[in-house]
Write a new protein. Structure first.
Length: 248
């Protein structure tokens, strides 16, 4: 239980992440986040779930996350930090919480990394979430599951679709949850005073200086090129699988 006016950061890992340590005590992301928050008023914890790659498992995990969120006093602010399908666990939890009017804006901020986006089944309920940040990378070929899922959410005045770079490089699915991003998250708007939710944007994170914010005016072109590259990547993988099947 947390005292009044305390913020609880809940980290939710994605599919098959049980054996990776970034999200747990001792992990680089977890420890960077813990160091960055005001420990007098905030705490950081991990929500563990099965990580199984199916909707039913995500639904079950979402109910457990709801139970965890409801276990805190109403005065506590909840911030979710999620990766991959862990984000969809959090999104399903927001849909469940929306049935309770007392949960309005209960999740103060939702930071989603490399999320496989399905605008029908997995759209965040913004009655429960105050601000939603979709962090993605054009070099993350896992996020879209070879074109099955999308990269960005439809426009909403409190949902930000943000491409990210880390030390001038685009991270992949396993590195988008980078400790440098964790370090900046608790005070992200202090670093980016001109941030605009209505604009397609990029945030660049660095080891040796504060994050930098850019408007991505060519977002449509970048997404179109990204879709083309994803489809080609898919064809290459199919070709390799066919070659392996022939060799066997």
């Amino acid at each position: 239980m947390c005292p009044v006016n305390k913020t609880v950061y809940i980290v939710v890992p994605g599919t098959w992440s049980a054996e990776t340590g970034w999200h747990s005590k001792g992990g680089d992301f977890f420890e960077s986040l813990k160091t960055a928050v005001d420990q007098k008023t905030s705490s950081v914890m991990t929500y563990y779930w099965s990580g199984n790659n199916n909707h039913k498992s995500r639904e079950y995990a979402a109910q457990g996350l709801v139970n965890l969120i409801l276990s805190f006093p109403e005065e506590c602010e909840i911030i979710l930090i999620t990766h991959s399908h862990g984000s969809n666990v959090g999104i399903l939890a927001s849909q469940l919480l929306s049935n309770n009017k007392a949960m309005m804006n209960k999740i103060r901020a939702f930071f989603a990394f490399g999320t496989p986006i399905d605008p029908e089944s997995y759209f965040p309920d913004m009655n429960v979430i105050y601000h939603f940040y979709n962090f993605f990378s054009y070099s993350d070929f896992v996020q879209t599951v070879l074109g099955t899922f999308q990269r960005v959410y439809r426009e909403h005045d409190r949902i930000a679709n943000i491409s990210v770079t880390v030390n001038s490089a685009q991270p992949n699915h396993d590195t988008i949850n980078h400790h440098l991003i964790a370090k900046a998250l608790p005070n992200i708007h202090e670093y980016l005073p001109t941030f605009d939710f209505s604009k397609a944007s990029n945030i660049a994170f660095f080891s040796n200086k504060n994050p930098e914010y850019y408007i991505e005016n060519n977002r449509d072109e970048l997404l179109e090129e990204d879709f083309y590259l994803t489809q080609n990547y898919n064809l290459v993988l199919q070709g390799r699988n066919n070659d392996n099947a022939i060799k066997k």
